[in-house]
Design a binder for this molecule. Structure first.
Ligand code: SF4
Length: 418
């Protein structure tokens, strides 16, 4: 049974989905929090997914792994909590460098109802002096792959200390950023005179303190639940387009600058060199993308900010912008700049979307891995949306690289035609 109903921004679809699950977030989270370990409690399928999503990598000391549920576990013949204790004990004995351990739930662990929150509490009581233990779910039931980061950060929130009452106002940037991008933003905020912290931090022992003086700026559109919980802890949320491209980055920084009363002349002076670099980099790619039609399948939740960037800064023509969830709390500024709500479809009904993409034959289709090959076989040019999450794409100095990710498939197609 499938359905498509109108909503105030285009259509809302409910049908079969074709997306990765939230476990995928482990791939970028384990690189970010460098003293953490992600123990997935799942099946062999989950282990295989992680291996393919992370690439076939051989680590001397990997920072994620899967506690594989065997048939006896699935049949309820083992005591899951005892088994988990044994696995964690062995892991922490062998790896004293792990300072934060995430137990990551999966579809199988949810279906057989392993209570990972209870396990995390018990294990934290036992090992917490050296290794904090937390649990979150990366299950693919009703979620899309970027939500794994949101559930992970939401699980981390109760551990964030309360900021001292006399501590001044500070900015908290929420959502994983590549280290190089985080460093660039940290420098810009410093030049603007804004004290800033990032969530997640690179080190689990350096959790940012939060409170009523904390101003939250989301760096990723898929951290809605985390932002909502931060507001419940008294933080103030800023609304801004996401920092993709010259325009998005400037408006994102401006939202922070205004909240901290930065003098407009100082703001202009600080951002001018980055804006110019971004403009020059985008001008080089615009020639390839200008006037090309664009179709987004719902996948990463980055679709609306990216469509805004590609339309307004590179002249592309979106014909449909699918997004798994329309998180108005975060994407309204991008939605307004995108300017045509009828383009947006929320949720997924892959069969109906497939019919529309085949009928519209856009110049470029952004979609998940599973749809890319069959679309290419039909002669359509595709871009894997997962690459947009794995690559450094935020900020002025990445604007050209971000545009290049969309230009490359078109250039490749043109070469193949020659
Ligand atoms: Fe598959 Fe669910 Fe495991 Fe993800 S969590 S790999 S969707 S079984």
């Amino acid at each position: 049974m499938t359905a498509a109903t109108p909503c105030d921004a285009g259509t809302r679809e409910r049908g079969q989905q074709s997306v990765f699950c939230g476990l995928t977030g482990v791939v970028w989270l384990h690189r970010k929090i460098q003293d953490a370990f992600f123990l997935i409690v799942g099946s062999r399928t989950c282990a295989h997914l992680m291996q393919s999503a992370a690439g076939v990598m051989i680590f001397a000391e990997p920072r994620f792994g899967t506690a594989v549920l065997e048939e006896r576990d699935l049949a309820g013949m083992n005591d899951h909590q005892d088994e988990l204790d044994r696995v964690v004990e062995r892991l922490l004995e062998r790896r004293p460098d792990i300072r934060m351990l995430f137990l990551v739930g999966s579809c199988p662990s949810e279906v057989i109802k392993i209570d990972l929150d209870r396990a995390a509490q018990r294990l934290d009581g036992r090992f917490g002096a050296r290794t904090r233990v937390l649990a979150y779910t990366g299950s693919g039931l009703e979620t899309t792959f970027t939500q794994g980061e949101d559930t992970c950060l939401a699980a981390l929130l109760p551990r964030l200390p309360a900021a001292p009452a006399d501590e001044g106002k500070s900015l908290l940037v929420v959502g994983c950023l590549a280290d190089v991008v985080e460093d660039q933003f940290a420098r810009l905020f410093k030049d603007l005179g804004i004290p800033v912290r990032f969530l997640p931090p690179r080190n689990s022992q350096a959790l940012p303190a939060i409170g009523p003086q904390t101003v939250v700026l989301a760096a990723q559109p898929f951290v809605g639940e985390t932002v909502r919980l931060l507001e419940r802890r008294g933080c103030t949320r800023l609304m801004a387009p996401f920092p993709f491209g010259e325009e998005g980055t400037t408006l994102w920084l401006k939202a922070a600058a205004d909240a901290f009363g930065v003098d407009p002349a100082r703001f202009e002076a600080v951002v001018a060199p980055g804006r110019e670099r971004a403009r020059q980099a985008l001008a080089r790619v615009r020639e390839t993308l200008d006037g090309k039609t664009l179709f987004f399948f719902p996948d990463s939740q980055l679709e609306i900010p990216l469509a805004r960037f590609l339309k307004r800064e590179l002249g592309m023509v979106p014909v449909e912008v699918g997004t798994p969830y329309l998180n108005r709390q975060l994407v309204t500024p991008d939605l307004e700049l995108l300017g045509d709500p009828a383009l947006v479809s929320e949720g997924q009904d892959v069969d109906r979307q497939w019919e529309r993409v085949v009928a519209k034959r856009p110049d470029l289709t952004v979609c998940g891995l599973g749809l890319a090959n069959p679309l290419e076989a039909l002669g359509l040019t595709t871009k894997w949306s997962i690459e947009l999450v794995f690559s450094p794409v935020h900020g002025y100095d990445q604007a050209g690289d971000l545009a290049g990710l969309f230009a490359r498939p078109l250039a490749r197609r043109a070469l193949l035609k020659v």
